[in-house]
Design a protein around this ligand. Structure first.
Ligand code: ADP
Ligand code: MG
Length: 680
């Protein structure tokens, strides 16, 4: 039992006759009725008129008012696609782009991928017939490379502008520039209800079009004391609501897939134990890598008499609107990428959300009736510990990728690029230095031939460099597989609670002595040898969907390798060459064994540790290369291989000096090592 204190009420319109929950439940509107019931609908003609009159328009409206799904349809009906040009709409998140496109295709009664389509990294679901195209902001950023004036678009909507992702921020500068020499291009900047005057000012005082919100009041509750384990607190709160509160669906904000899965298991476990004592409670997850058929489930109406609880990442904060949410549970955390320009380390960490975020989350509870938001933190922490606004991504992440793209677009003077909020100077400098070290830029800061080839790949510059090293080291086939396996972003290994030992044994069978990248290669190649069998995945506790995605990504990467004219060759006998190629890209990510089983990064002497899931966890080679850092209780290196420090001089002679790598013996050190013969 968690004790909550009601603190305040978020204002909303209390309608004279408030809909009864049972009534809300009963109402199953047809698509046409739903469209007409959206807050944006009464403004349809005004909006079309405003778009006709102005080149740039800032649109502001409450989440769920119909901006994303309706505006492209309105403009399509109004004839903005008559001349064969498209309406584009960007989304910061993949899931949103896919889900919204599917919804709009359904509303228009067309097949997804025909008139309405979407494009995300490694997946293009559009055709020549496509007139409404949803895409991630990163995808549009990339489209600039092949179509710098966006000639195939009549309207471009930069949606979810308030999210301030890195790509969206850069798009602002790019589209503003294009609008100047393409007076026929209409530009819409659309945002949830937040301060949008900043957008208007940036776009030379563009007019603002406000869609009046329609929201019911939301009661806000705080916990009396801080909660130590918020996942557990979520489970308890969900059950508490389920048992004591009237029907209505629950939305829980968690930080990532793993957490969501843990929460789901715990909930289902306890529900099973409660048995038929409680009403039916459907538990549905939603996160970035959730397969699309599962995503569709969250939008299905809850069966009468039952309740639905949706366990979501931040995606449900503003990108996706799920109807009939009455209760919101907000632990107050989000997972963010953070880059430390002093140490050059980038890491995924869970951080407290901002007040603006907390209020958006609470707002999700008041869309169809008066709702309740349970914050799993105290009123004191809300007031004193949460920042007012989330820091834009451009000010907190590594800019390597963005800088490479801008350089490839011919934008050389980055310091004077038109940023809505400029990135910190040191981050920009570091990105330039990194690209120089990778060989993508020359010492004048101009793109090299290698850099131009790297920019063709929709991946991090380090990964692009690794792939291109396959040319020299004659192992492009293997590298493409490794890159694909590293890019799926969802769990590859399946670890059911009741079969943990079997699952872990199965996993160990794939382990490669040299480390995780090669273990991943093993998994893929063995799967390929079974002719991509589902059964094989099942028997080996491997997620078939993840593998299928790896196969798709791999195919795309092979296409790109051919485009930059790199021959696909295989080198199965030489795992050294594969590791050298990886090192050619990731030579920034090197750590050396230090005391007590910890590692120190070479350049900045930061303490890092091998992740327990790594095949090298018990091995502790002297020198390792890691793919990424994840911060939980400490800085963990995830996906690790052992390397020979001499390779660093071979692949990055301009970055490493022999002195830094004095210890070049590659022998393993005993785990109990107390003192070493070298100077640390
Ligand atoms: P906004 O962009 O203003 O936040 P949207 O256009 O995304 O609003 O959503 C408007 C409405 O469309 C939602 O309230 C919901 O009823 C419906 N909707 C959106 N996406 C889906 C979907 N994938 N499935 C079913 N309904 C959806
Ligand atoms: Mg939207």
């Amino acid at each position: 039992q968690i004790e909550f204190i009601q603190a305040l009420q978020m204002p909303g319109v209390r309608e004279k006759k408030e809909p009864e929950l049972s009534e809300v439940e009963k109402k199953r509107l047809t698509i046409e009725e739903t469209k007409k019931s959206l807050p944006i609908y009464p403004f349809k003609e005004d909006l079309i008129q405003a778009v006709r009159e102005h080149q740039v328009l800032i649109i502001e409206g409450e989440t769920g008012s119909g901006k994303t799904t309706q505006i492209p349809q309105y403009l399509h009906e109004a004839g903005f696609t008559k001349d064969g040009k498209k309406i584009g709409c960007t989304q910061p998140r993949r899931v949103a782009a896919m889900s919204v496109a599917a919804r709009v295709a359904q509303e228009m009664g067309v097949k997804l991928g025909n008139e309405v389509g979407y494009a995300i990294r490694f997946e293009d679901c559009t055709s020549e017939r496509t007139v409404i195209k949803y895409m991630t902001d990163g995808t549009l950023h990339r489209e600039f490379l092949s179509e710098p004036d966006l000639a195939s678009y009549s309207v471009m909507i930069i949606d979810e502008a308030h999210e301030r992702t890195l790509h969206t921020d850069i798009l602002f500068g790019l589209v503003k520039d294009i609008a100047r020499f393409r007076p026929d291009l209409k530009l819409l900047i659309s945002s949830a209800t937040l301060d949008v005057t900043k957008f208007s000012e940036f776009f030379d005082d563009a007019p603002m079009f406000q869609i009046p919100g329609r929201r019911f009041p939301v009661d806000i509750y705080y916990t009396k004391a801080p909660e130590a384990d918020y996942v557990d607190a979520c489970v308890v709160s969900v059950l508490q609501i389920h048992v004591t509160q009237p029907l209505g669906d629950i939305l829980v904000f968690l930080t990532g897939q793993e957490e969501i899965e843990t929460c789901q298991e715990l909930l289902q476990d306890r529900l099973r134990r409660l048995g038929s004592k409680v009403k039916e409670l459907l538990v549905l997850p939603v996160y970035a890598n959730l397969p699309s058929d599962m995503q569709a489930k969250i939008f299905e109406p809850t069966p009468p008499g039952a309740r639905k609880v949706i366990l979501a990442t931040n995606i449900a904060e503003t990108s996706l609107t799920i109807d009939n949410i009455i209760y919101v549970i907000d632990p107050g955390f989000v997972k963010q990428n953070h880059f430390n320009s002093r140490t050059g380390m980038e890491s995924l960490i869970v951080v407290p959300i901002s007040k603006a975020s907390a209020n958006q989350r609470a707002g999700r509870a008041g869309r169809v009736a008066a709702g309740k938001c349970f914050r799993l933190y105290t009123a004191w922490s809300y007031k004193h510990e949460l920042e007012d606004n989330t820091v834009p991504e451009i000010q907190r992440i590594n800019l390597g990728n963005a800088v490479l793209m801008l350089k490839a677009l011919g934008i050389n003077d980055l310091v004077h690029f038109d940023f809505l909020d400029p990135p910190p100077h040191e981050t920009l400098v570091l990105a330039l230095e990194q690209l120089y070290a990778l060989g993508a830029l020359n010492h004048h800061g101009e793109l090299t031939k290698l850099g131009r080839r790297m920019a063709e790949f929709p991946v991090d510059p380090m990964m692009a460099k690794m792939l291109l090293a396959g040319e020299k080291y004659k192992c492009s086939e293997e590298l493409v597989t490794i890159a694909a396996m590293l890019s799926i972003n969802s769990a590859i290994f399946y670890r059911p609670k009741d079969k943990i030992i079997h699952a872990d044994t199965a996993r160990k069978n794939f382990n490669h002595l040299a480390g995780d990248h090669l273990s991943l290669l093993n998994v893929y190649n063995q799967w390929k040898d079974t002719d991509y069998s589902t059964q094989w995945c099942y028997e080996n506790f491997i997620q078939y969907r993840s593998m299928r995605r790896a196969r798709d990504i791999r195919e795309q990467l092979v296409g790109l390798m051919q485009r930059v004219e790199i021959e696909m060759v295989s080198n199965v006998t030489e795992c050294v060459n594969i590791r050298k190629s990886i090192t050619a890209g990731y030579f920034y990510h090197i750590a050396r064994l230090s005391k007590g089983g910890n590692y120190k990064t070479v350049k900045h002497n930061q303490t890092v540790t091998i992740h327990p899931n790594s095949s090298l966890f018990e091995d502790l080679p002297r020198w390792v290369l890691y793919h990424e850092l994840v911060f939980t209780t400490k800085e963990f290196m995830r996906q690790v291989i052992s390397i020979d420090s001499r390779w660093l001089l071979e692949v990055a002679p301009h970055y490493y000096k022999p002195k830094e790598l004095e210890d070049s013996t590659n022998k393993k050190m005993p785990k109990t090592m107390g003192r070493s013969t070298r100077t640390e």
